[in-house]
Design a protein around this ligand. Structure first.
Ligand code: SF4
Length: 381
């Protein structure tokens, strides 16, 4: 609601919330839908740009401290594989990273000089879908030992509006709009979404209802906040669930992911077993392979035992290296042996191709890096 002269951002508000201040302003009820369309579909950046509203109402909104809450793209790095890493800043100057990954046959956007062409242009380049990796917090408190974001610590939660704003800013910059363009979202950027649960869930509802991204196209990854996994299973509108596993026994997992001391494998896998899956849905388990730490055949055999009775699939991610991380990338043959053991046991296991590793955009690499190697400077926008 608009309250006096305090600041209100339209991004992040649902229909009822906008309808309330439309009514308060004495404007007809249909103005709420006009505002929703302008903010979430047309992606206007200021109240002044909502051309369907009378000039006086637009001025009143701005006078009352109502803004769209549009974020600023502070920096943009383009990978040789077409991935784009955005540094996106909010009103208080805090920033997060959001990653654009075009996919499909011939999907790489080359040197990035064409990034941002029209949707038609994107189709001409033959990418047929794209995934946006979205952040939920500034930094992260979970402290996974192989993750660069963990080095930042936690600064603050993002609001629902800020989570949605990242998606809208990237869609607008890439000149694409769902549902016409096939866009997937993964909530796997900076932060642990289930430690910012209410804002995250509100963002999901807004993205489904107003931005046009269907919930089966969204996946959220948790490090294992067990009580929230239970809550999430009860949500009427929810993305698919991914769990960041990364170890095959408690001793190893507690070393790599300190939160395992609070919610150990027994509790985590019990929550996974209880999780109400939809028909044909599986829980994705993510497993970052660290050389000579968790990548042995014995670990793969333990994982098979852990996942018994769970409709699961496993994504294997060879560590994306980074400064300050005391682990190394495993040899290819160890990754393939690990995958083979899982597949032989009937668990679908996929080796995930790293995206944007050269620009620190890959999994576990998001820490607002702005210092990049000289070789990348020509590709920095
Ligand atoms: S892997 Fe995810 S949960 Fe773990 S520290 Fe990094 S951002 Fe946080």
């Amino acid at each position: 609601m608009v309250t006096g002269r305090s600041h209100t951002s339209l991004l992040g508000l649902e229909h009822d919330e906008i309808a309330a201040f439309v009514e308060q302003a004495g404007e007809p009820a249909y103005r709420a839908q006009q505002i929703l369309d302008a903010v979430y579909r047309q992606k206007v950046e200021s109240a002044e740009q909502i051309s369907t509203l009378p000039q006086q109402f637009r001025q009143d909104l701005e006078g009352q401290g109502v803004s769209v809450g549009w974020p600023r793209i502070e920096n943009k790095f383009v990978s040789e594989d077409g991935t784009v890493r955005y540094l996106i800043a909010f009103a208080d100057g805090q920033s997060v990273e959001t990653v654009w990954m075009p996919e499909g046959d011939g999907g790489e956007a080359g040197d990035g000089s064409e990034a941002g062409d029209s949707a038609e242009g994107n189709r001409a380049r033959n990418w047929d879908r794209a995934t946006i990796c979205v952040s939920s917090q500034v930094g992260c408190a979970v402290d996974c030992q192989f993750c660069l974001t963990a080095l930042l610590g936690i600064e603050r939660n993002l609001t629902a509006g800020e989570i949605v704003a990242q998606v809208c800013a990237v869609l607008k910059d890439q000149k694409v709009s769902p549902p016409e363009d096939r866009i997937n979202l993964v909530f796997m950027g900076m932060g642990e979404p289930f430690l910012n649960y209410d804002n995250f869930m509100k963002a999901v509802r807004l993205l489904v209802k107003y931005v046009g991204i269907a919930e089966p196209r969204m996946t959220v990854s948790t490090a294992g906040i067990v009580p929230r996994i239970h809550d999430f299973g009860l949500e009427p509108t929810r993305p698919k669930l991914a769990i960041s596993l990364n170890a095959s026994n408690d001793e190893l997992r507690s070393r790599l992911m300190p939160l395992n001391r609070k919610w150990n494998l027994e509790k985590l896998l019990a929550a996974a077993r209880d999780f109400p899956l939809r028909p044909r849905e599986r829980i994705t388990f993510e497993y970052v392979l660290l050389r000579e730490v968790n990548d042995g055949a014995e670990h793969a055999t333990e994982v098979v035992e852990l996942l018994r009775g769970i409709r699961a699939k496993l994504n294997l991610i060879a560590l994306n290296p980074g400064p300050g991380i005391g682990f190394a990338t495993p040899a290819d043959e160890r990754v393939l042996t690990f995958q083979k053991i899982l597949r032989k046991a009937g668990i679908p296991a996929f080796v995930r191709r790293p995206r944007g590793r050269d620009i620190y955009a890959a999994c576990g690499q998001l820490k607002r890096t702005v210092e990049i190697q000289p070789a990348m400077e020509s590709q920095m926008l």
